[in-house]
Write a protein that binds this ligand. Structure first.
Ligand SMILES: *[C@@H]1O[C@H](CO)[C@@H](O)[C@H](O)[C@H]1NC(C)=O
Ligand SMILES: *[C@@H]1O[C@H](CO)[C@@H](O)[C@H](O)[C@H]1NC(C)=O
Ligand SMILES: *[C@@H]1O[C@H](CO)[C@@H](O)[C@H](O)[C@H]1NC(C)=O
Length: 386
């Protein structure tokens, strides 16, 4: 009020800008960057960069938020985007879209690739299976990270490593998808689980040895609630289905089996590396909460059918896939399943909110008190405190 000279009023906007950027720095205090590894649940453009004709590069992918396809397997943002925004960081840039010299990766990098597996293709070959949809497995993604790292912190990386959030997964889902859709039996596929979990474990271990201090490790979604599985493994036996949700029970049991082994692995890692905070993200229960009472979260009463699909009881038709010949629903925000495999932005938003609340153990919000909950606002039932 007292300052009326022309000079000081001239400087006021500048001062405001300085204060605003200072404020951003203070608010964004929890992590300086995010590095993400995984598959299509977290891909923000990597696969599209290397497979230009992937259906994910076509409308209606991206229609809701970005209004054009970005390489995300959804109509809009994915969980990683929401968590980055809630932490106060920009959306995580896909590694393959960058120049790899560190430029543009100041706030982290996303290495997740649609179709990626935890195990390398040699494994699938050794089982007499067709190799997977991509060679960019978890170990390849880790190599990309190690290649990028020196350009981000040439002299001393310990600050960057300890101040970053590492998101390791979800990964492994495709190792199983691949086998299930090639007709392998569940008993055989169960024998893959220890190898998948140990691939995840050794990636975590390497990151810790490089100085990582905080990581989120998600389990698998309930695959028995996913339209492509519900369609492929449709059954006339009522007892194959969970009452209440209509999900296929034995497939959900399989997801739980993976998650149990993963939790055991994480317990061992926590004992071995007490200096690290290893956060388990319970994708399974976060999703089941929606499937059990979709309407409480703003979704329609039949959450198992895809929004973008080519017909059939779950609107998933492998002859008419999303991005090719499928139609799209008029209101993706009231659907859970986007394309029969992946979820809508609306569902990812609800789950991201849950991850900041009860579905991460220990909770992300406990180690990050400056979370911007308003990024995820809506009529959720999850409470903002943890
Ligand atoms: C994976 O690598 C193999 C061997 O290098 C190559 O023949 C194949 O084309 C690659 N597949 C993809 C999807 O890039
Ligand atoms: C790197 O920096 C950290 C803290 O900033 C310090 O403790 C450590 O000794 C440094 N390491 C090297 C190799 O200089
Ligand atoms: C699946 O798509 C094909 C090709 O468009 C079509 O002929 C078929 O009728 C569809 N199936 C269902 C169940 O809608």
């Amino acid at each position: 009020m007292a300052m009326a000279s022309p000079a000081s009023s001239f400087h006021l906007p500048l001062l405001a800008i300085c204060l605003a950027s200072l404020n951003v720095m203070l608010v964004a205090g929890c992590y300086s960057s995010i590095f993400s590894f995984g598959d299509s649940l977290a891909d923000t453009g990597n696969r599209l960069h290397s497979h230009r004709f992937d259906p994910v590069g076509r409308f209606p992918y991206g229609e809701t938020f970005f209004h054009h396809p970005t390489g995300r397997y959804s109509d809009g943002r994915v969980m990683l985007d929401f968590i980055a925004q809630a932490i106060g960081l920009p959306m995580v840039r896909p590694y393959l879209a960058g120049t790899h010299d560190g430029e543009g990766f100041r706030y982290g990098a996303n290495f997740a690739v649609g179709g990626a597996t935890a195990l390398d293709n040699e494994f699938f070959r050794s089982k007499g299976m067709e190799v997977s949809w991509t060679n960019d497995s978890l170990s390849v993604q880790l190599e990309w990270f190690k290649h990028l790292l020196p350009s981000l912190c040439s002299r001393n990386c310990s600050y960057l490593m300890s101040d970053s959030l590492f998101w390791v997964g979800e990964i492994g889902g495709n190792d199983y998808n691949h086998a299930f859709f090639q007709g392998r039996g569940v008993d055989e596929i169960k024998t893959f689980v220890p190898g998948v979990v140990s691939a995840i474990g050794s990636t975590i271990e390497e990151l810790i040895k490089l100085g990582a201090r905080t990581m989120i490790v998600p389990g698998n979604f309930p695959i028995g609630c996913v339209a492509i599985y519900l369609t492929t493994f449709q059954s006339a036996r009522r007892e194959d289905y969970e009452s209440g949700t209509g999900c296929i029970e034995w497939l959900n049991q399989f997801s739980m089996y993976h998650n149990r082994l993963l939790l055991d692995e994480l317990s061992q890692l926590r004992r071995r590396y007490p200096q690290a905070t290893i956060i388990y993200a319970n994708y399974y229960e976060a999703a089941m909460a929606i499937f059990r009472s979709p309407q409480e979260y703003g979704f329609g009463e039949f959450p198992l059918a895809a929004c973008c699909g080519g017909g059939g009881p779950y609107n998933y038709n492998k002859s008419a896939k999303c991005g090719r010949d499928a139609g799209v629903c008029s209101s993706p925000s009231s659907q859970v399943s986007w394309d029969g495999i992946h979820m809508t932005e609306a569902a990812y938003k609800v789950i991201a909110r849950g991850l900041l609340g009860p579905y991460t153990i220990p909770s992300i919000s406990r180690s990050c008190p400056t979370i911007k909950w308003n990024v995820l606002d809506s009529d959720y039932k999850y409470s903002a405190q943890s």
